[in-house]
Write a protein that binds this ligand. Structure first.
Ligand code: FAD
Length: 382
């Protein structure tokens, strides 16, 4: 069997690629070394973010959320997609001018962002501590269940003829004699040849890149989450509430950055996040990080002190130094495409990434200008 495209990695990005490539009529084969979604995609929260700068993120998010709307109708599984809005809490009055400037910029790009006072924030969500300076309501933010979306995409791709092989690791990559293209992959279950290859191995993309002597500047950025027992689904008026200081934790280089982010899922459980740290590929849960996250949550939502925590885990975001994903053709290898490096926005940007990769592989003009996402922006050693 000789597929048109092999996809390496079965997270939200790889499964989106498989889905849109199969929909474009190509013969697809996806390899995932573990269970589908078992990397960052199962570990992530459910927030679809419409306001993260720079503008390319806004464009990707807008297109992707529109695709999620379609997928909610197309996929057999309920992916729990819903337009929830989100509330960003500004804790100190000194931060308000910078937040107000950001909101002005976002308005210029058509983002539905509304500055609100402390009083209005509490009216929006009475559980919030009154000791805050104000907030921003983002009406277009949404939620999806990342694992259901990942698995749903893979099952739909399979129904369109794709072969989806979990528990199959790509262990080596063989180039053609001129070294200008990939010839075959060695997997834990045999060798496979194909016309095109998509690297969508999330935080491990750099490791897979090394099999090709390709220096891909993507590294793991660990993030912890806490899950509580389900609460009544009407306990929170706003289903996603986070501290505006979250942005500093994304951009910062602090050893362990912790910010407050609460999301109530469709099932009623609360996801409490999150943290950011560089710790290699270690996914061990660190109790002192969990404890800091819970303290941050209680400082802004004190009424949660009686809620039961039932589980905690850590996952690895695929980090790039400029916090932008790599979506495009690999330089110097004619048949390799990269779809990786989405850091904390991979759930949001998964579907559009898959769609763009399918347009590139089939030789169509991508639906949006993605030159700034190419690998050429890094100093690459090949
Ligand atoms: C705590 C936390 C909270 C988050 N919250 C959000 C959020 O609210 N909204 C949002 O948009 N994003 C969020 N994210 C980010 C999001 O989860 C990631 O950006 C996204 O899951 C990346 O998807 P991916 O498919 O690129 O990577 P992954 O899901 O990691 O998939 C890559 C896959 O490749 C496989 N693989 C690796 N090497 C090989 C190999 N050699 N052979 C075969 N398979 C291989 C891995 O096993 C893995 O399953 C969060 C992340 C974390 C950690």
């Amino acid at each position: 069997m000789h597929p048109d495209v092999v996809v390496i990695g079965g997270g939200i990005v790889g499964c989106s690629c498989a889905y849109y490539l199969a929909q474009a009529g190509l013969k697809v084969h996806l390899f995932e070394r573990d269970a589908l979604g078992s990397g960052a995609s199962k570990a992530g929260m459910c927030h679809l973010v419409t306001w993260e700068e720079p503008k390319i993120h806004l464009d990707l998010a807008r297109e992707s959320i529109s695709l999620y709307g379609q997928l909610a109708g197309e996929l057999k599984e309920d992916i729990q997609f819903r337009q929830t809005g989100s509330l960003s809490i500004v804790e100190s009055p000194q931060s308000m001018p910078a937040i107000s400037e950001m909101v002005q910029r976002l308005h210029g790009w058509g983002v539905a962002a509304q500055m609100i006072s402390t009083q209005e924030a509490i009216q929006f969500e009475p559980a919030i501590s009154p000791a805050i300076a104000g907030g921003v309501f983002y009406a277009d933010d949404a939620q999806v269940n990342p694992l259901y979306a990942t698995v749903g995409l893979s099952m739909a791709a399979r129904e369109m003829g794709a072969t989806i092989d979990p528990y199959t690791e790509v262990t080596a990559i063989e180039l053609n004699p001129g070294k200008s293209s990939i010839r075959s992959l060695q997997t834990s279950r045999g060798r496979i040849q194909a016309d095109n290859f998509v690297l969508a191995a999330g935080a491990w993309s750099g490791v897979v890149g090394k099999m090709l002597d390709l220096e891909l500047p993507i590294k793991p950025r660990k993030g912890h989450l806490v899950l509580t027992a389900p609460l009544p689904t009407d306990r929170f008026r706003v289903k996603t509430i986070f501290s505006a200081g979250y942005l500093e934790s994304v951009k910062g280089s602090e050893n362990i950055a912790v910010s407050m982010n609460l999301q109530q899922t469709v099932n009623g459980n609360l996801l409490l996040g999150s943290s950011r740290q560089f710790a290699g590929f270690d996914r061990t849960v660190e109790p002192h990080v969990i404890s800091r996250m819970i303290q941050r949550t209680l400082s802004l939502l004190p009424s949660l002190k009686d809620v039961f925590v039932i589980r905690s885990w850590a996952g690895l975001r695929p980090y790039t130094t400029d916090l932008l994903p790599v979506i495009g053709k690999a330089p110097q290898l004619e048949n390799l495409y990269i779809a990786a490096g989405h850091e904390g926005l991979g759930i949001t940007e998964g579907p559009i990434t898959g769609k763009l990769i399918s347009q590139l592989v089939t030789g169509h003009q991508p639906a949006m200008d993605i030159d700034c996402l190419s690998m050429e922006r890094f100093q690459l050693k090949n």
